[in-house]
Write a protein that binds this ligand. Sequence first.
Ligand SMILES: Cc1ncc(COP(=O)(O)O)c(C=O)c1O
Length: 457
Amino acid sequence: MFATTGNSDSRASGKGTLYQERVNPQWVRLLEVLQMNARYTRCEGTELFTEDGRRILDFLSGYCVHNLGHNHPAVVEAIKDELDRRGPAMLQSHIPQLAGELAEKLCWHAGGRVAKAFFCSSGSEGVEAAIKFSRARTRRSGLLYAEGAFHGLTCGALSLMGDPFWREHFGPMLPNTEAVPFGNLAALELKLATKQFAAFIVEPVQGEGGVRVPPPAYLEGVQTLCRRHGTLLVADEVQTGLYRTGPFLGSHHYQFEPDMIVLAKALSGGLIPSAALLMSDEVYESVYGSIARAIVHTSTYSENGLAMRAGLASLEALESERLGERALAAGDYLRTRLREALAGYEMVKEVRGLGLLNGIEFQAPQKLGLRVSFEAFGKIHPGMFGQVVVMQLFRRGFLTQMCGNNFMVLKAAPPLVVKEREADEFVRAVTDVVDRMHFSSTFWSEALGLARRVIMK
Ligand SMILES: Cc1ncc(COP(=O)(O)O)c(C=O)c1O
């Protein structure tokens, strides 16, 4: 018999867990500093239960993965059933019919120009495909993106994100990529008029950029300009898709019909990696236009049965439970309650969002006493203030995060199954944290203690 290592990730060695030793010790340290290194034993719907008996409400949803809530029974059953079937998997030489079924449903829901799907396993991979396909279609090399965007961390996707935090040490990036300010049509037109750009990629609502909802008529204007100058429109719906903002796509709030749409995250119910690039027939033809090119862009795990079954089951559950309508109603309720509760606190700048993709933007205080503490923090690390907010909310039983490209915006994006009383609990917890940040010196002294621990680590 071969010796086995066991399957417990909690096996302690001299220094800590195997994860800490063999995967990412810095991540463990960060979570420990933030007092957020909980051991979760069961996750259902909006609730996460820990080994030490705590119940945490998820207001992050794994960055919009868990639209259906955690471990939705219909998705779990579909995956188990697919395994029990013992059908063909990863033969790479057959036609996976389930992929056809899922593609048909996704294109039908998306509507507009898209008619074909390429499946892959992550949002970044979908963005990489969009880069290649837009070049094939237009025979141009340039790529435009919006400032503040988040499109993924593979090299191509990362080339479409300006924030130096993500790029540092990983260059050079793809050439011929340029940013324009989100919401600014004049700046976009100046670039498009050069006719150098294959695609403009944009999130209908910028997620990590700070939950930025586009100004009225922006996306419609983008579409007119892109069509005029022969640049393809790519909607990154990785966070906004699958009913997160109410309709099936964030694009559906607007008269916006992209040539390509990237879906990921919630597509598989949060259990199996899965993503899709939906595209028009014209784009498909320019990439796969002959038998010789039938497999010119593929990915080993792309159409695997588990992901396809999870996708089909997720779609069915999202529809039968009418979670798009829930997202709209719950989002309105949550924003209204947050605005009422946080009005008058000078460090709260704005509560905004669409459906259940929401952000609470903080700002530097004016009052001298508060300003000194706040600025001391900013000098240590610009993200420190937000992490203290996240830590304080975790203590009160809520999992949240600040936006990845905007450390002053707290995300409020619970699963779409969130209940009214859970939204109320969240509003109470946020209000308590905000109140303490304005009126309690222990908020700041504790926070400075945390900052010191981070520096010393
Ligand atoms: C809008 C958006 N696009 C793309 C990605 C990249 O997706 P993935 O992490 O699955 O590669 C993300 C990830 O958070 C995202 O938020």
